[in-house]
Write a protein that binds this ligand. Structure first.
Ligand SMILES: C[S@@+](CC[C@H](N)C(=O)[O-])C[C@H]1O[C@@H](n2cnc3c(N)ncnc32)[C@H](O)[C@@H]1O
Length: 243
């Protein structure tokens, strides 16, 4: 999978992309990321990338010409995504959708944002990473690259499952423990040390249901819990709450 990222601040990406899983994925040829400085595509002497908003008002707006020029110089295929707080919400489902593409283009805004003609005539999708406003699209782009590329087969190298984790099946994931079994008197639940795989799976399902219901009632409301096992586990949770 290949990402082309268009930004005014390419150096911001150096840390996150040169460590850990993303670094290894690039070394193994599973992932490539090209950073393009929008400023390099300016034609004027002062490399101007922004200008005053038409109609007046605070802040500066990113000019369309360098954005079009830099994207058009390298674009081959795939979605051209603008990071913007006005976009559709980036979720695990969207990450899965994006992980099917060979190539993805990401455009990072800055200042007040970008000239609307970029959105109209260049961009094919707009993503927001949440209902808050960042200073620029760079952190948002990093999140999209990270969450998407870990779903590309081989990137996680079998270390983690992407099927059971939070937001994959509509549930939050169950709690994790590792050794020691007793830390400061706080014990790992006995069932996890029992070696009984069926009981462990049941415990995990129950804890996932508990967590999702407590922390994310919005997700819980959308869940299909009509299976016999889930009904039983939910009844047990009710009884625990009453007891
Ligand atoms: C200060 S913001 C501009 C916000 C814009 N004036 C508005 O009200 O919609 C600058 C840039 O940060 C990025 N950005 C800010 N918040 C974001 C979010 N929640 N998700 C994705 N990108 C975001 C966008 O690229 C945006 O162009």
């Amino acid at each position: 999978m290949h990402f082309d990222i268009f930004t005014l601040f390419p150096d911001m990406f150096q840390g996150p992309f040169s460590e850990s899983i993303l670094k290894r994925a690039q070394e193994r040829g599973l992932l490539s990321i090209a950073l393009h400085n929008i400023r390099d595509a300016t034609a004027d002497k002062h490399h101007v990338v922004d200008d005053y908003p038409c109609g007046g008002g605070a802040g500066m707006v990113m000019k369309p010409e360098p954005i079009f020029a830099s994207v058009e110089a390298v674009y081959q295929s795939g979605p051209i995504i603008l990071l913007t707080p006005q976009g559709r919400l980036f979720t695990q489902q969207v990450a899965r959708e994006l992980s099917q593409f060979e190539r993805i283009t990401l455009i990072c805004g800055h200042y007040e944002g970008i000239d609307e003609r970029v959105r109209h005539y260049l961009v094919t999708d707009e993503l927001s990473i949440g209902d808050f406003v960042l200073t620029g699209g760079e952190l948002a782009a990093m999140m999209v690259v990270d969450a998407t590329s870990r779903l590309v087969p081989g990137v996680l190298n079998g270390e983690e499952s992407t099927l059971e984790e939070s937001h994959s099946g509509g549930l939050l994931e169950y709690p994790h423990y590792t050794r020691p079994p007793d830390f400061r008197g706080w014990r790992v639940p006995d069932v996890l040390l029992s070696g009984n795989h069926a009981e462990i799976a049941k415990w995990r399902r129950k804890e996932s249901l508990r967590r999702t219901r407590e922390r994310r009632p919005d997700l819980f409301a959308k869940l299909d819990v009509s299976s016999k096992q889930d009904m039983k586990l939910l009844k047990e949770l009710e009884e625990e709450n009453q007891g």
